[in-house]
Ligand binder design. Structure first.
Ligand SMILES: Cc1cc2nc3c(=O)[nH]c(=O)nc-3n(C[C@H](O)[C@H](O)[C@H](O)COP(=O)(O)OP(=O)(O)OC[C@H]3O[C@@H](n4cnc5c(N)ncnc54)[C@H](O)[C@@H]3O)c2cc1C
Length: 426
């Protein structure tokens, strides 16, 4: 792996992979292509900001191993780079006896995954750590932390540039062609008048004054695609199977009013429903001091649609026509309907968090941000739980990197570069 490497996606994963290649293979020219006008505009900049300690994940899975490794790497990296990181700790609260066994299973997994310092609390122990939380028991993870992921992404970009690489924003990869001499890309470039015309004559300006041209770029010796919400579509550009399809799940957040922030010291989570990869509506202290309440999980009407009003018909049609979506919907429609209700009603949303913080009322919150999760759904309707990487020839696709992939990003990058890129080049 020397020569030229292209990375699709300027989220935390693409940036971490590009940085890692620059570190371990000096002399390689790495270019990151990001379709937006800046990095970290999608999942990386719209998540809960939690550094997960590795409580929930099946021992031995990529999620478990790369999250544990990722926590250490991220803590070290943020300390070196002066990025805010706070070990505020987390409690997972069982509100009734029925949740005790699932909570015990989380404790077993946490211990098997080597999460340090976890301990089971009774109701008084919980109150000592989170005075406003109520439950019959809780699992305390003192090393679960919060961090500024967009700041980490900016630092990674700085490292890539320092190593001689490039991060091209406003550059959408729309074609990928693997030929004997390497991987050739077609890149749609948006920008101001300075956008390259590549010998095709001046490009006409769009309504917004931007210029758009399609540039052939390459060849590259290797391509790593970390396209998040678009990862299945980018994989299809190289003839990969559409399965697993990305089904976008929007998560809405509310924010605690400043005068009610004393209700939460760190991170208060429910016992998650083991049928889903989502963790349930939680109360999360953010690194800027805000307290998030959320996220729920509703089908998004656009892959990058951050409100119920954002509708992209073609994208929605594509999601709805996926056979795996039908099977999933048939199985989980009741949960889906409840999530839609929570999305529409502040009262219903807050009621979920009141189960473990009873003092919370609908008047305590104001509308907050939203994010959309890239959740891979297989053709048989199953929600793909573990991280999924696909390697063929000179191309690596990250096909499923949902939460906690921001936590694990530096370890996922290390894994891709060590295990996959090196092997594929051998
Ligand atoms: C609501 C929510 C809460 C979450 N909470 C947490 C949490 O607390 N902790 C945690 O660890 N994880 C959390 N996650 C998950 C985490 O945010 C993601 O796993 C992680 O950000 C994935 O990074 P990424 O780089 O793969 O994706 P993204 O950040 O989505 O980046 C993908 C990038 O690829 C670009 N792109 C796509 N297609 C193209 C193309 N054709 N050409 C060029 N560019 C392209 C996109 O514009 C985008 O910038 C959460 C996610 C959500 C949505």
């Amino acid at each position: 792996m020397t020569g030229r490497v292209a990375v699709v996606g300027g989220g935390i994963l693409g940036l971490a992979v590009a940085r890692r290649i620059g570190l371990v293979r000096p002399g390689t020219t790495v270019t990151v292509f990001e379709k937006e006008s800046d990095i970290a505009q999608h999942q990386t900049g719209r998540n809960s900001g939690v550094v997960h300690a590795g409580l929930y994940y099946k021992p031995g899975s990529l999620k478990a191993t790369l999250t544990r490794r990722g926590v250490g790497l991220l803590r070290e990296y943020t300390a070196e780079r002066g990025i805010r990181y706070e070990e505020c700790g987390k409690v997972v609260v069982a509100v009734d006896d029925g949740e005790l066994e699932p909570l015990a299973e989380i404790e077993r997994r946490a211990r098997a995954n080597g999460v340090p310092g976890v301990r089971m609390l009774d109701a008084d122990g919980l109150r000592a750590i989170e005075p406003h939380a109520r439950g019959v028991a809780a699992l305390h993870s003192p090393t679960t932390a919060i961090v500024d992921y967009p700041a980490a992404a900016r630092a990674l970009r700085g490292d890539i540039l320092d190593a001689g690489g490039a991060v091209r924003t406003g550059a959408e990869v729309v074609g990928i062609d693997e030929r004997p001499d390497g991987v050739h890309l077609l890149v749609r470039v948006r920008g101001t008048a300075a956008a390259p015309t590549n010998g095709h004559g001046p490009a006409p300006a769009q309504d917004d004054g931007q210029i758009e041209v399609t540039e052939p770029i390459g060849p590259f010796d290797l391509l790593v695609a970390c396209a998040g919400l678009q990862s299945d579509l980018v994989a299809e550009l190289t003839g990969e199977d559409p399965s697993p399809r990305i089904v976008p799940f929007r998560g809405d957040y509310w924010l605690l009013r400043p005068e009610r922030r004393e209700l939460v010291r760190g991170l208060i989570y429910p016992v998650p429903d083991p049928r889903y990869p989502f963790l349930g509506i939680h109360l999360t202290k953010r690194i800027d001091g805000e307290i998030l309440v959320g996220p729920n999980a509703v089908l998004a009407t656009a892959r990058e649609g951050y409100g119920p009003a954002v509708l992209r018909t073609a994208e929605l049609r594509q999601t709805l026509s996926w056979p795996g979506f039908h099977k999933m919907a048939r199985q989980h429609w009741r949960t889906g309907a409840k999530e839609v209700l929570r999305s529409a009603s502040r009262r219903a949303f807050v009621a979920e968090a009141r189960r473990y913080v009873p003092e919370l009322t609908a008047a305590d919150v104001v509308r907050g941000p939203a994010g959309v999760r890239a959740q891979a759904v297989a053709r048989d309707g199953s929600l793909v739980d573990d991280f999924v990487l696909a390697v063929r020839g000179r191309v690596v696709h990250v096909r499923n990197a949902p939460s906690p992939a921001a936590t694990a990003s530096l370890a996922i990058a290390e894994h891709i570069v060590a295990q996959i890129v090196t092997e594929s080049a051998a």
